[in-house]
Every structure is written in C-alpha cells, then in structure tokens.
Write a protein that binds this ligand. Structure first.
Ligand code: PHB
Length: 388
C-alpha cells in the first residue's frame, strides 16, 4: 500500500511537468480496402517527415500508432479514437481521411485533452466541431471556388454539378454554384449521388440530357473517382465535348498512369500537384518516394500528413512534451511555413490552412502524366467557413 501511494505521488508529480519521453501520435486512416493507397500516402508523408527532420523534438521521441479504418464509418472511428486515447495513451490524434470519421472523433478531444490534426477530411464545418481541431489539408469549398472563375474565363455559361452526397460534396457544390452564379454562369441542375455509387451510367445520361456545356464534379479520391472518370469517357461525354471540371481529387497523380490520355487536357483546381516545382517539394518527393518504393503512388494525402507532422512537432516543442492540448493548439495559431505545396499559414480564427490554389491541366511531360500548373490563386482562405 505504501509503495502504491509513492507511485501515485510520483505519477502526480510528473503530470504536467516536462520530461524526456516518448510522445505517442495515433493516426486513423484507410490502410486496407479500396482506399488503402490514400492511407499509404498518410504513412508516406509521416515517414518523409521523419526522414527529413528526424523523429525527435528536443528530448522527446515521436512514436506513431496506426489504426485502420478502411471506409467512412463514424461509429468505428469513435471506437478506434477512444481506444487510442485510453488503451494506447496517445497525446495527439491525426489522420482522418473521411469527413464523417473526423466529425465522430472531434467531440472526444476536449475531455481527453488531446489535439487532432486532420490530414485530409475536407468539409469546412469540421473545425467548428472542436477548438482542438487543426487541419493541414484543404477544404472542398477552398479548392472548388476558383474553378467557377476558370469556367467563366473559358466561356462556359451553363453547367451541371454532380457530387457525392455528404459533407465535402455538398460544400463543393455550394462553392461552385455560388461562385459560378456570381460570375454570371447558370447551374442548370445539381445532382447528388450516394457516396457508395459504383454504376455511374445513369448519372452520365443525366449530364447528357441536361444540355450543359460543362459538368462540375466532386467525389472523394479513391476507387470512386477512377470509376467516375472511366464512365465519363466510356459513355461518350468526352467525345461529345462536355467539359469536365473538378477539384484535383478526380485527377490524383496515383490514378494518372491508368487514366492517362482519357484525362488529357482536363482542368482541375487544387492545393497540391506532385509536379510543383520548388526545392521543398523536390526534397519531399524524394523522401516520400523512397518510402513508397514506387514514385507513381504518391498523391495529395501525403502532403497533408507531412505538414501535419510539421504542426505536431511544433506543438510538442511549444509544450515541451507536456500534455496540454489547449496550449499545443494555441502555439500553432498563425504558424507560417513553406510546405511542399507552397507557402501556408494557419488561420488563428478557424485553425485551417490559408494556401495557394493552383489551376492545373492533365498533360504528358517526358512520358509521365502530370497535373501541370497553369495559374495560381494566391493565399486562399476557406470561403466555406462560417464562425460558430
Ligand atoms: C472527405 O471525406 O472529407 C474527403 C475525402 C476524400 C477527398 C476529399 C474529401 O478527396
């Protein structure tokens, strides 16, 4: 009994006091199933961070603990998150590919005293679900808004929108319709399809029947996007001259070896292209590709994860390893750095990235299909964020 009391006292003394130790980061993402390559890109980004910056921050060593969530599943996300906190004692949570998974985990953070750094989930409202959420990806509102300007500049006046019927799809649709309308364009129809849709032929027929010159589309990057792009071509819409406009989720680089000429000339707006020409990106690509083994597998979730680790390292440094979620988040508000995607900063109001959004064109350069950057929309905040 006396020994137990001493131990308890020692633990109590240690709590809140800086000491050299292992800091556990729990990462939830799709590491198996159809979207496994997206999760693999989380891991590639984390490993690239360690390769370039090391695994230690001061005297603290970072240990990453992975949990597999193959498809959007809020119940399972909450369960895995709890288990990481209670069972593994993680001090930070990170990852979260799909919006419903991030939304389900956010209410757990405050009581657990754990910040969450989102590597991907892209619905504007997620940051309002907890003051302990910081996001290093993008929002679909942020990436889709400039596409309306691009469409109008290219003389498109009638468009139809087609999106997956959940948070980031509804945000993408709202963003495009709003900005396209403000620029004098007309959205003739807005179609929302279940997230699980695999047969896109009926949708392609609706696009044809709508008489629109262009379709603006969003689906979460993964098997669905490849299926949608293939159906667009196989149903003759490309040949009929219908313009396909989208945020870059539809032309992620890891799909381009398969999509190849079918996507040639397609315009997308996005926060990151693997072909972005900067010293930071060249170093990042080399490190991430080394870990992946095959450079063709590299895609945007890797840069969200790499920058997410940059933010977590700053949080660990600022708190000197103490578990103080509020102080960790406070320390990164307003943080600025040069990401592989370009200059970024964390908006202190909504803890989301302000960043460049690039207009890109799918092109073959030296035998490789890439998203070739054509134009920059600088320092874009999140136009979809509404103060709670
Ligand atoms: C999301 O669920 O928030 C999500 C997933 C994949 C994307 C974009 C957004 O490509």
């Amino acid at each position: 009994m006396k020994y137990l009391l001493q131990v308890t006292a020692a633990v109590a003394l240690c709590a809140g006091v800086a000491h050299a130790d292992v800091i556990k980061v729990g990462v939830v993402g799709p590491f198996s199933g159809g979207a496994a390559l997206q999760g693999r890109n989380f891991q590639a980004g984390i490993e690239a961070y360690f390769a370039l910056h090391g695994k230690t921050v001061g005297e603290h060593e970072i240990e990453v603990i992975y949990r597999d969530l193959p498809a959007a599943d809020p119940g399972q996300s909450a369960a895995l998150t709890q288990e990481l906190i209670v069972g593994e004692g993680v001090q930070y949570l990170a990852g979260y590919y799909y919006t419903p998974d991030a939304m389900a985990a956010a209410p757990i953070l405050e009581e657990a005293n754990v910040p969450m750094v989102i590597f991907n989930a892209a619905t504007s409202a997620i940051v309002n679900a907890s003051p302990l959420v910081v996001r290093t990806s993008f929002t679909t509102f942020q990436t889709s808004t400039p596409m309306a300007t691009v469409a109008r500049e290219r003389g498109i006046s009638k468009a139809i929108t087609v999106v997956s019927d959940y948070g980031p799809g509804i945000d993408a649709e709202t963003a495009f319709v709003r900005a396209f309308g403000a620029a004098g364009g007309e959205t003739v129809q807005s179609v929302r399809m279940p997230m699980t849709t695999v047969d896109f032929s009926p949708i392609m027929q609706r696009i044809k029947d709508s008489g629109a010159e262009a379709v603006f589309a969003f689906l979460p990057a993964g098997p669905q996007t490849l299926g949608f792009m293939t159906a667009f071509v196989e149903n003759g819409l490309k040949d009929a001259g219908v313009q396909l406009l989208a945020p870059g989720d539809l032309t992620q680089e890891s799909d381009l070896p398969v999509l190849g000429p079918n996507a040639a000339g397609m315009l997308t707006t996005f926060h990151y292209a693997v072909s972005h020409n900067s010293p930071e990106n060249i170093a990042f690509i080399e490190a991430a590709s080394n870990w992946l083994g095959n450079p063709d597998e590299l895609s945007f979730p890797a840069v969200g994860a790499y920058d997410g680790m940059t933010v977590i390292a700053r949080m660990i440094e600022a708190t000197d390893g103490r578990q103080d979620a509020a102080a960790a988040v406070e320390a990164v508000k307003g943080m600025e750095w040069i990401s592989p995607r370009g200059p970024v900063s964390i908006n202190p109001e909504n803890r989301h990235l302000t960043q460049n959004i690039y207009l890109r064109e799918v092109a073959e350069v030296e035998g490789k299909w890439i998203n070739h950057e054509l134009q920059v929309f600088e320092n874009q905040g999140d136009p979809g964020w509404v103060a709670p």
